[in-house]
Design a protein around this ligand. Structure first.
Ligand code: AMP
Ligand code: MG
Length: 283
């Protein structure tokens, strides 16, 4: 038995020292190197697909109280939130997936509490919700850019914990992922975007502002991870300097977490034998 990726990536409780977490690590990767990744992804695809379909089926059978899954993706620019969505989340049936990206809040969003827009984007029973950024921006960029005063952002850790505890209580399996990219690798990836006209659209001059505050973001991430790392809504740290590992690890984590739901297939709510007989009579 190999150790579950969920255990290998799980952030231990207590204070967080991001500098001790290696962005190039390949924890739990069962292959020898990058060359084995495509085969491993191909093996994982039907497993993930099957488990998600069970969840989707549960939602059809019980639209009120089937489980829900919420995967939260956080990380600095170029850490690969989009890549995980394309390559790992993309292995699942899009019918059962609800993806939401959170940008700087609109005027309407700003007129509400910070959790308002989050609440509206939650997955329904049977769905896998994916957040590309999340409520955590309200203790990250908001803190670094001093968009609200300190007392306000500090109070949000408890608010977030209470919010997530309520979601878990109501049947949402929460998977929070910090995609851990290094400063050096971010520099390379931003330069690639500037070297390649096909990637200009991904580049935003504002990314350099965030990059220039790297240490402040690391501190903000360390506190967010440490203060909001609960049993019901744990953080997983995915090393993100190697895209092939990052994508495999995210897919494997999703597959393992879906397995925890332990879902069978909903039983027929009709008489199968009778339906067969009726159908046969039409053929
Ligand atoms: P991207 O994910 O690259 O499309 O960028 C989205 C941008 O929205 C990032 O610069 C985030 O920092 C910013 N953003 C997301 N949520 C918030 C928020 N609550 N307050 C301020 N900026 C935000
Ligand atoms: Mg960006």
């Amino acid at each position: 038995m190999t150790t579950p990726i969920s255990d290998l990536l799980r952030l231990p409780a207590g204070p967080v020292d991001l500098s001790a977490l290696d962005p190039r690590a390949t924890h739990g990767f069962p292959g020898k190197d990058k060359s084995d990744q495509p085969k491993l992804m191909a093996e994982l695809a039907p497993v993930l697909d099957d488990r998600q379909e069970r969840l989707f089926a549960a939602g059809r059978a019980d639209p009120e109280s089937a489980p829900r899954v919420l995967m939260i993706l956080q990380g600095m620019d170029t850490s690969g939130k989009g890549g995980v969505i394309r390559h790992a989340v993309g292995l699942m049936d899009p019918q059962g997936v609800r993806i939401t990206g959170f940008k700087a809040p609109t005027e309407e969003e700003r007129s509400h509490d910070f959790l308002w827009r989050i609440e509206r984007a939650l997955p329904s029973p049977g769905q896998v919700g994916i957040f590309d950024r999340s409520q955590y921006e309200d203790v990250l960029v908001v803190r670094v850019e001093q968009l609200v005063d300190e007392a306000e952002w500090r109070s949000r850790y408890d608010r977030i914990n209470e919010f997530e505890a309520r979601l878990a209580e109501q049947g949402t399996l929460i998977i929070k992922c910090f995609l851990n990219v290094s400063y050096a690798k971010q520099g390379e990836r931003l330069m690639e975007r500037l070297d390649n006209p096909d990637k200009y659209w991904k580049y935003n001059p504002g990314d350099l502002v965030a990059r220039s505050r790297w240490a402040d973001y690391q501190a903000a991430y360390a506190d967010a991870l440490a203060n909001c790392n609960t049993e019901v809504a744990p953080w997983y740290v995915i090393p993100a300097d190697r895209k092939w590992y990052r994508n495999w690890a995210a897919a494997q984590l999703l597959a393992e977490q879906l397995e925890r739901l332990n879902l069978g297939w909903p039983p027929a709510d009709f008489d199968v034998a009778e339906q067969k007989r009726l159908l046969a009579a039409t053929m």
